[in-house]
Design a binder for this molecule. Structure first.
Ligand code: C5P
Length: 232
Protein backbone atom coordinates (compact mmCIF):
# COMPACT_ATOMS: atom_id res chain seq x y z
CA UNK A 1 0.00 0.00 0.00
CA UNK A 2 1.56 3.30 -1.10
CA UNK A 3 2.07 5.95 1.54
CA UNK A 4 0.70 9.43 0.90
CA UNK A 5 0.39 12.89 2.43
CA UNK A 6 -3.18 14.21 2.66
CA UNK A 7 -3.66 17.97 3.05
CA UNK A 8 -6.54 18.96 5.35
CA UNK A 9 -8.22 21.80 3.46
CA UNK A 10 -9.94 23.32 6.49
CA UNK A 11 -11.07 26.52 4.77
CA UNK A 12 -14.33 28.45 5.14
CA UNK A 13 -15.12 28.78 1.42
CA UNK A 14 -14.53 27.70 -2.16
CA UNK A 15 -12.58 30.93 -2.79
CA UNK A 16 -10.10 30.28 0.02
CA UNK A 17 -9.73 26.64 -1.04
CA UNK A 18 -9.04 27.30 -4.70
CA UNK A 19 -6.67 30.18 -3.89
CA UNK A 20 -4.76 27.63 -1.79
CA UNK A 21 -4.90 24.79 -4.34
CA UNK A 22 -3.73 27.14 -7.12
CA UNK A 23 -0.33 27.19 -5.39
CA UNK A 24 0.04 23.50 -6.32
CA UNK A 25 0.57 23.83 -10.04
CA UNK A 26 3.12 21.05 -10.48
CA UNK A 27 1.57 18.41 -8.15
CA UNK A 28 -1.96 17.23 -7.30
CA UNK A 29 -1.97 16.42 -3.57
CA UNK A 30 -4.52 14.12 -1.94
CA UNK A 31 -7.01 16.54 -0.34
CA UNK A 32 -9.13 16.16 2.78
CA UNK A 33 -12.47 17.95 2.80
CA UNK A 34 -13.79 18.29 6.33
CA UNK A 35 -16.93 19.59 7.96
CA UNK A 36 -16.06 23.28 7.66
CA UNK A 37 -15.72 23.33 3.87
CA UNK A 38 -18.43 20.73 3.20
CA UNK A 39 -21.01 22.51 5.33
CA UNK A 40 -20.08 25.86 3.77
CA UNK A 41 -20.17 24.78 0.14
CA UNK A 42 -22.12 21.50 -0.05
CA UNK A 43 -21.44 18.44 -2.22
CA UNK A 44 -20.52 20.47 -5.31
CA UNK A 45 -17.17 21.39 -3.74
CA UNK A 46 -16.29 17.68 -3.72
CA UNK A 47 -17.07 17.34 -7.44
CA UNK A 48 -15.15 20.51 -8.27
CA UNK A 49 -11.97 19.51 -6.40
CA UNK A 50 -12.19 16.01 -7.88
CA UNK A 51 -12.52 17.55 -11.36
CA UNK A 52 -9.20 19.33 -10.78
CA UNK A 53 -7.55 15.93 -10.48
CA UNK A 54 -7.17 15.50 -6.69
CA UNK A 55 -7.91 12.35 -4.74
CA UNK A 56 -10.37 13.11 -1.94
CA UNK A 57 -10.76 12.02 1.67
CA UNK A 58 -14.22 13.20 2.76
CA UNK A 59 -13.83 13.58 6.53
CA UNK A 60 -17.38 13.97 7.87
CA UNK A 61 -16.98 11.52 10.79
CA UNK A 62 -20.50 10.10 10.71
CA UNK A 63 -22.00 8.92 14.01
CA UNK A 64 -25.73 8.13 14.16
CA UNK A 65 -28.10 5.16 14.21
CA UNK A 66 -27.21 2.45 11.66
CA UNK A 67 -30.11 3.15 9.30
CA UNK A 68 -29.30 6.86 9.06
CA UNK A 69 -25.61 6.21 8.51
CA UNK A 70 -26.34 3.56 5.83
CA UNK A 71 -28.47 6.02 3.86
CA UNK A 72 -26.04 8.92 4.30
CA UNK A 73 -23.14 6.75 3.12
CA UNK A 74 -25.11 5.79 0.01
CA UNK A 75 -25.26 9.49 -0.89
CA UNK A 76 -21.57 10.07 -0.14
CA UNK A 77 -20.60 7.07 -2.26
CA UNK A 78 -22.23 8.65 -5.30
CA UNK A 79 -19.79 11.58 -4.94
CA UNK A 80 -16.98 9.25 -6.06
CA UNK A 81 -14.64 10.17 -3.17
CA UNK A 82 -11.61 7.96 -2.49
CA UNK A 83 -11.93 7.71 1.30
CA UNK A 84 -14.53 8.59 3.93
CA UNK A 85 -14.99 7.96 7.63
CA UNK A 86 -17.16 7.53 10.71
CA UNK A 87 -16.72 7.21 14.48
CA UNK A 88 -15.91 3.68 15.67
CA UNK A 89 -17.76 4.55 18.89
CA UNK A 90 -20.98 4.23 16.85
CA UNK A 91 -20.49 0.43 17.32
CA UNK A 92 -20.10 -2.45 14.91
CA UNK A 93 -23.74 -2.40 13.80
CA UNK A 94 -23.31 1.17 12.63
CA UNK A 95 -20.03 0.41 10.85
CA UNK A 96 -21.52 -2.60 9.05
CA UNK A 97 -24.51 -0.54 7.94
CA UNK A 98 -22.13 2.16 6.70
CA UNK A 99 -20.25 -0.34 4.54
CA UNK A 100 -23.51 -1.57 3.06
CA UNK A 101 -24.56 1.95 2.17
CA UNK A 102 -21.17 2.81 0.72
CA UNK A 103 -20.94 -0.21 -1.58
CA UNK A 104 -22.13 0.59 -5.11
CA UNK A 105 -24.19 -1.85 -7.20
CA UNK A 106 -21.01 -2.90 -9.07
CA UNK A 107 -19.31 -3.79 -5.73
CA UNK A 108 -16.86 -0.86 -5.75
CA UNK A 109 -16.67 1.63 -2.89
CA UNK A 110 -14.45 4.31 -1.33
CA UNK A 111 -12.12 3.26 1.51
CA UNK A 112 -13.92 3.42 4.86
CA UNK A 113 -11.89 4.42 7.90
CA UNK A 114 -13.01 4.61 11.55
CA UNK A 115 -12.01 7.40 13.92
CA UNK A 116 -10.82 5.81 17.16
CA UNK A 117 -10.11 8.57 19.68
CA UNK A 118 -9.57 12.06 18.27
CA UNK A 119 -5.94 13.14 18.31
CA UNK A 120 -7.03 16.17 20.33
CA UNK A 121 -8.24 13.91 23.18
CA UNK A 122 -5.83 13.20 26.03
CA UNK A 123 -6.07 10.09 28.18
CA UNK A 124 -6.99 12.23 31.17
CA UNK A 125 -9.95 13.83 29.37
CA UNK A 126 -11.12 10.53 27.94
CA UNK A 127 -11.10 8.95 31.39
CA UNK A 128 -12.55 11.90 33.34
CA UNK A 129 -15.12 13.17 30.85
CA UNK A 130 -16.09 10.07 28.87
CA UNK A 131 -15.70 7.66 31.81
CA UNK A 132 -13.62 5.28 29.69
CA UNK A 133 -11.33 3.75 32.27
CA UNK A 134 -8.97 1.90 29.89
CA UNK A 135 -5.80 3.60 28.64
CA UNK A 136 -5.98 5.53 25.39
CA UNK A 137 -3.84 2.91 23.70
CA UNK A 138 -6.10 0.05 24.76
CA UNK A 139 -9.16 2.01 23.67
CA UNK A 140 -7.70 2.81 20.25
CA UNK A 141 -6.68 -0.83 19.69
CA UNK A 142 -10.05 -2.14 20.82
CA UNK A 143 -11.90 0.26 18.51
CA UNK A 144 -9.55 -0.73 15.68
CA UNK A 145 -10.36 -4.42 16.20
CA UNK A 146 -14.09 -3.61 16.14
CA UNK A 147 -13.61 -1.68 12.89
CA UNK A 148 -11.68 -4.58 11.38
CA UNK A 149 -14.35 -7.06 12.46
CA UNK A 150 -16.97 -4.87 10.79
CA UNK A 151 -15.02 -5.07 7.52
CA UNK A 152 -13.58 -1.56 7.38
CA UNK A 153 -10.25 -0.70 5.75
CA UNK A 154 -8.47 1.03 8.62
CA UNK A 155 -8.59 3.63 11.35
CA UNK A 156 -7.79 7.23 12.05
CA UNK A 157 -5.40 7.32 15.00
CA UNK A 158 -2.35 9.17 16.23
CA UNK A 159 1.00 8.33 14.58
CA UNK A 160 2.05 7.28 18.10
CA UNK A 161 -0.50 4.44 17.93
CA UNK A 162 0.18 3.28 14.34
CA UNK A 163 2.83 0.69 15.19
CA UNK A 164 0.74 -1.10 17.84
CA UNK A 165 -2.35 -0.81 15.70
CA UNK A 166 -0.62 -2.66 12.85
CA UNK A 167 0.70 -5.32 15.23
CA UNK A 168 -2.83 -5.85 16.50
CA UNK A 169 -4.83 -5.60 13.23
CA UNK A 170 -2.26 -6.50 10.57
CA UNK A 171 -0.06 -4.48 8.22
CA UNK A 172 -2.80 -4.21 5.58
CA UNK A 173 -5.20 -2.42 7.95
CA UNK A 174 -4.62 1.28 7.27
CA UNK A 175 -3.37 3.82 9.82
CA UNK A 176 -4.51 7.27 8.71
CA UNK A 177 -2.84 9.69 11.08
CA UNK A 178 -3.51 13.36 11.77
CA UNK A 179 -1.68 15.05 14.65
CA UNK A 180 1.38 15.76 12.50
CA UNK A 181 3.65 18.69 13.31
CA UNK A 182 7.07 19.85 12.13
CA UNK A 183 9.87 19.97 14.70
CA UNK A 184 9.39 23.11 16.84
CA UNK A 185 5.81 23.83 15.58
CA UNK A 186 2.99 24.83 17.91
CA UNK A 187 0.80 21.78 18.58
CA UNK A 188 -2.40 23.90 18.66
CA UNK A 189 -5.34 21.82 19.89
CA UNK A 190 -3.65 18.51 18.94
CA UNK A 191 -2.26 16.40 21.79
CA UNK A 192 -0.90 13.08 20.45
CA UNK A 193 1.49 14.36 17.78
CA UNK A 194 4.60 13.36 15.74
CA UNK A 195 6.73 14.73 12.88
CA UNK A 196 6.29 13.29 9.35
CA UNK A 197 9.58 11.36 9.71
CA UNK A 198 8.49 9.84 13.05
CA UNK A 199 5.05 9.01 11.58
CA UNK A 200 6.88 7.07 8.85
CA UNK A 201 8.95 5.18 11.44
CA UNK A 202 5.80 4.30 13.36
CA UNK A 203 4.29 2.89 10.15
CA UNK A 204 1.51 5.38 9.32
CA UNK A 205 0.04 4.72 5.87
CA UNK A 206 -1.32 8.22 5.30
CA UNK A 207 -0.50 11.38 7.23
CA UNK A 208 -3.18 14.08 7.36
CA UNK A 209 -1.56 17.50 7.63
CA UNK A 210 -3.54 20.71 8.02
CA UNK A 211 -2.18 23.86 9.60
CA UNK A 212 1.53 23.02 9.22
CA UNK A 213 0.89 23.28 5.46
CA UNK A 214 -2.13 25.59 5.14
CA UNK A 215 -0.72 28.24 7.52
CA UNK A 216 2.80 28.01 6.13
CA UNK A 217 4.32 30.95 4.24
CA UNK A 218 5.22 28.49 1.49
CA UNK A 219 2.57 25.73 1.43
CA UNK A 220 4.02 23.97 -1.61
CA UNK A 221 7.43 23.68 0.04
CA UNK A 222 5.84 22.57 3.35
CA UNK A 223 3.92 19.88 1.46
CA UNK A 224 6.99 18.74 -0.49
CA UNK A 225 8.96 18.55 2.75
CA UNK A 226 6.26 16.25 4.21
CA UNK A 227 6.48 14.10 1.07
CA UNK A 228 10.29 13.95 1.33
CA UNK A 229 10.19 12.97 5.00
CA UNK A 230 7.20 10.61 4.87
CA UNK A 231 6.97 9.06 1.41
CA UNK A 232 10.46 9.07 -0.12
O1 C5P B 1 -4.41 21.43 11.30
P1 C5P B 1 -4.19 19.99 11.70
O2 C5P B 1 -2.93 19.39 11.08
O3 C5P B 1 -4.28 19.78 13.21
O4 C5P B 1 -5.41 19.23 11.01
C1 C5P B 1 -5.72 17.88 11.30
C2 C5P B 1 -6.96 17.52 10.54
O5 C5P B 1 -7.27 16.15 10.78
C3 C5P B 1 -8.19 18.33 10.91
O6 C5P B 1 -8.90 18.54 9.69
C4 C5P B 1 -8.99 17.43 11.83
O7 C5P B 1 -10.37 17.60 11.68
C5 C5P B 1 -8.59 16.04 11.32
N1 C5P B 1 -8.67 14.96 12.29
C6 C5P B 1 -7.97 14.94 13.47
N2 C5P B 1 -8.10 13.90 14.35
C7 C5P B 1 -8.87 12.86 14.04
C8 C5P B 1 -9.57 12.86 12.83
C9 C5P B 1 -9.44 13.92 11.96
O8 C5P B 1 -7.23 15.89 13.75
N3 C5P B 1 -8.93 11.83 14.86
Amino acid sequence: MGKDVIIACDFPSRGHTFAFLDKFDTVKPYVKIGMELFYAEGPQIVRDIKARGHKIFLDLKLHDIPNTVRNAMRILSSLEVDMCNLHASGTRAMMEAALEGLTRPDGSRPLLIAVTQLTSTSQERMQNELLISSSIKETVLHYALNAKAAGLDGVVCSPLEAYEMHKCCGEEFLAVTPGVRFEGDESGDQVRIATPARAKEFGSDYIVVGRPITSSEDPLEAYLSCVRDFVS
